[in-house]
Design a binder for this molecule. Structure first.
Ligand code: HPA
Ligand code: ZN
Length: 347
């Protein structure tokens, strides 16, 4: 429906769950491979795209780690990040929080500094050019050891002015949050914000662990929390933000159809759900595609869409002043005071 799609396109919003390596488009992958003389098992961007059929998280991760192997130099990380930020800006994202996977790069001999500096300079340029604020969150790969995560935290030490938080991603089942309790405690002691992927494929118990052992400030995915009534109550009572990624959930077969996506049920249960793209190049859409396709499938109302955008600002790791600014822009937009006037679509 045109009116709803236009409302979504202009809606000021924040993206809180985006793996920068997952924004690597097939065309970019070919370009970086050529630039860095890296041999790929694909001959064309179309061939790469054709390989993006996943039946679970691991099938995706195998291709995701292969894809990121074309990133070698500081300039590669800059180019990748700036391209994503331009797309996010076109989707009316005013604030982004970007994950990166340092171990996916340092494990191949790339310098930690090149990764962080390349990404950070792009973030600074987007702030100047688009007035877009941002945060950078370093993820530990959970299929690796806690000792490895500690080494990564040490490598990050000189760059902690550029890194706002730590997260936990990669293969979830068999690698519960409890495996990383100590490294998250140390991260917290350094003043870093804490997030973790939990309840994507893993059971509700992993979400409990993320809350009680890692002491998360925000929950990534969290879909399977819906299986546990007590857990839903706890998340609602704590006003915990969930970074939900509908197209990711569809591509990784967590849901068979977006019509079955739990997003509305989450809002109705009082959860602070947000909409995000996760790995947009691999999952078939950037943030507005996620909003538009989910709104279509669930017939989301203008009120629900505004609530999702509001949750993205209240859940962002920004200071009071920036949060007030972001919320004011949303209020102005929704009330039509910024000159936009939306007919309500039929319900
Ligand atoms: N889940 C876990 N790890 C990831 C993901 C995800 O959706 N994307 C990139 N790494
Ligand atoms: Zn993710």
């Amino acid at each position: 429906m045109g009116t709803r799609n236009n409302f979504i396109k202009g809606l000021p919003k924040a993206e809180l769950h985006l793996h920068i390596e997952g924004s690597l488009e097939p065309e970019q992958m070919m370009m970086f491979a050529e630039r860095n003389s890296i041999e790929l098992p694909y001959k064309s961007a179309d061939e790469i795209r054709a390989a993006y059929e996943f039946s679970n998280l691991q099938e995706f991760l195998d291709i995701y780690y292969l894809g990121m192997s074309v990133l070698l130099k500081r300039q590669d990380f800059y180019d990748l990040t700036f391209a994503y930020l331009q797309r996010a800006h076109a989707d009316n994202c005013c604030h982004v929080e970007i994950f990166f996977d340092p171990q996916g790069h340092t494990g191949r001999g790339v310098e930690f500094a090149d990764v962080v500096e390349g990404i950070s300079v792009a973030l600074a340029d987007a702030e100047k050019e688009f007035d877009m604020s941002s945060r950078l969150i370093m993820c530990f790969l959970r299929h690796l050891s806690e000792e490895d995560a500690f080494t990564t935290l040490e490598q990050a030490e000189p760059f902690l002015d550029k890194i706002h938080g730590v997260g936990l991603d990669s293969s979830e089942v068999g690698h519960p949050p409890s495996k990383f309790r100590k490294v998250f405690a140390q991260s917290r002691a350094k003043g870093l914000k804490i997030v973790a992927h939990a309840g994507e494929e893993g059971p509700p118990e992993y979400v409990w662990e993320a809350l009680d052992l890692l002491k998360i400030d925000r929950l990534d995915h969290g879909n399977r929390s819906m299986e546990d009534e007590e857990l839903v109550k706890r998340l609602a009572a704590e006003r915990m933000t969930l970074t939900v990624c509908p197209l990711s959930n569809l591509k990784l077969c967590l849901v068979d159809d977006l019509k079955e996506h739990p997003l509305r049920k989450m809002l109705q249960a009082g959860l602070k759900a947000t909409v995000n793209s996760d790995d947009p190049s691999y999952f078939g859409g950037y943030i507005n595609d996620n909003y538009i396709q989910t709104a279509e499938a669930l017939d989301l109302t203008q009120g629900e869409l505004a609530e999702l955008a509001r949750n993205s600002f209240t859940g962002a790791f920004v200071d009071r002043i920036r949060r007030a600014e972001l919320l004011r822009s949303l209020d102005k937009y929704v009330s039509g005071q910024d000159g936009e006037d939306f007919a309500r679509w039929p319900r």
